[in-house]
Design a protein. Structure first.
Ligand SMILES: [Zn+2]
Length: 218
């Protein structure tokens, strides 16, 4: 089964991707990991990617897709893959479809991790850290006292409601068209059409995993 993960920031895609991979016995390929591995191995495309990364520039889609194709062609990926962060734009979705087709494969599932913005804000805004000993807490308001040293708990700047809303907005603007593109593909039917599976990603990690596996087995 070839699966693409799509989801809002804070939806736990990485963690769930590892669990899905372990459940089906297929590797999870995250773009950053795959690029770094190719660079380490010194493949021609890996070295090309490394030149961009070393300059702090984005690696072009063509290079990423070439490296992904090599990763997909490995025996370990023969039964399927979980792709995390591989598709963020419509051209990347088109490129992935082409690469899979060249390998005689297809995308089976687009797994969409759904998180309601207000819920995400609520969840992340009670993620705090002690300003003195740095002990992390969840479910504790900023301003309450650290259990370990009694100092004040504060929120990380990334977890301020305004910052979360901004990340959600950016995600929607960028990934919304990708979801529409896959929906149109699914509606058009045909052999290349993936199944779109939407899962409520709010809740305990184990509960979300169960929801995902139930949805995938349906
Ligand atoms: Zn403390």
């Amino acid at each position: 089964m070839n699966i693409v993960l799509l989801g809002a920031p804070g939806a736990g895609k990485g963690t769930q991707g590892d669990r899905i991979g372990a459940h089906y016995g297929i590797p999870k390929l995250a773009t950053g990991d795959v690029l770094r591995e190719a660079a380490r191995q010194g493949t021609p495309l890996g070295l090309e990617a490394k030149r961009y990364m070393d300059r702090g520039e984005l690696v072009p889609d063509a290079v990423i897709l070439g490296i992904m194709k090599e990763a997909l062609a490995r025996p370990v990926a023969a039964n399927g893959v979980v792709l995390d962060g591989v598709v963020r734009t419509v051209p990347q979705a088109e490129g992935l479809e082409r690469v899979l087709g060249e390998l005689g494969r297809r995308l089976d599932v687009v797994l969409l991790f759904d998180v309601e913005e207000e819920e995400l804000v609520r969840r992340l805004s009670t993620r705090t850290v002690c300003e003195r000993c740095q002990a992390p807490y969840t479910g504790r308001e900023s301003g309450s006292a650290c259990d370990k040293c009694g100092s004040r708990l504060v929120r990380r700047a990334d977890d301020e409601p305004e910052a979360i809303r901004k990340r959600m907005r950016e995600y929607r603007e960028k990934t919304g068209p990708v979801i529409d593109w896959y929906r149109a593909r699914a509606e058009a039917g045909g052999d290349a059409a993936p199944r779109i599976v939407m899962v409520d990603a709010v809740g305990e990690i184990d509960a979300v995993t169960q929801r995902v596996l139930d949805a995938l087995s349906r």
